[in-house]
Design a protein around this ligand. Structure first.
Ligand SMILES: Cc1cc2nc3c(=O)[nH]c(=O)nc-3n(C[C@H](O)[C@H](O)[C@H](O)COP(=O)(O)OP(=O)(O)OC[C@H]3O[C@@H](n4cnc5c(N)ncnc54)[C@H](O)[C@@H]3O)c2cc1C
Length: 162
């Protein structure tokens, strides 16, 4: 969804899973001179920048793809491995890391994109469930009701796995 406000184009993304998070990341990093307001809607706070697969709280839930193939950037295949090294995680190219660790990576990717976005471009998070237009509620009305900045934890150890 697109719109314009204060000379900045607004791009609304519904869902902050892997796809929505990386679309937001790319928009922020490539905004250039065109100012962008990237609005990311997510219905479940625990899924911000994680989605269904990487929003798990259980360390036993592992990726089914080796670490060397999990970079968020196709042009930088080592990106995830370097992130893991920076965080002193023992991750090899062929490791199958916990999915919640990967969620923390995606969250950091989005945070960094927000920090490195050109002046005038920025990210807005909305914790709300968008409904189809047939429910007769516009996005603006929904957003105004739910101006909540949800917690974006980086994966603390869970007490148990659900
Ligand atoms: C259990 C599981 C394990 C997986 N493991 C791996 C793996 O190891 N490696 C791998 O490469 N792939 C894995 N996948 C596949 C992986 O999920 C996908 O590749 C990718 O994460 C899908 O991302 P997505 O953003 O398209 O969808 P999702 O991650 O499902 O994100 C969609 C988001 O949109 C939100 N949303 C939906 N409707 C609304 C609404 N109306 N309003 C607001 N928010 C809304 C949801 O809450 C959700 O957070 C796994 C998938 C599952 C289910």
């Amino acid at each position: 969804m697109f719109g314009q406000e204060n000379n900045a184009y607004t791009v609304a993304i519904v869902g902050s899973g892997f796809s929505g998070t990386l679309v937001a990341t790319q928009l922020l990093l490539n905004a250039g001179v065109q100012r962008l307001r990237v609005v990311l809607f997510e219905r479940a706070a625990s899924r911000f920048a994680r989605g269904l697969a990487y929003g798990t709280r259980c360390f036993a839930h592992l990726l089914n793809v080796p670490a060397e193939k999990m970079s968020a950037f196709i042009e930088d295949q080592q990106h995830f491995l370097r992130w893991a090294e920076r965080h002193a995680l023992n991750v090899q190219e062929d490791s199958f890391v916990p999915r919640l660790v990967y969620g923390a990576y995606l969250s950091d990717v989005l945070d960094e994109a927000e920090v490195n976005a050109p002046d005038g471009s920025y990210l807005v998070l909305h914790w709300t469930r968008l409904r189809p237009a047939t429910h007769e509620r516009s996005i603006d009305q929904t957003s105004a009701r739910a101006r909540l900045h949800p917690p974006r934890s980086t994966g603390t150890r869970p007490r148990h796995c659900g």
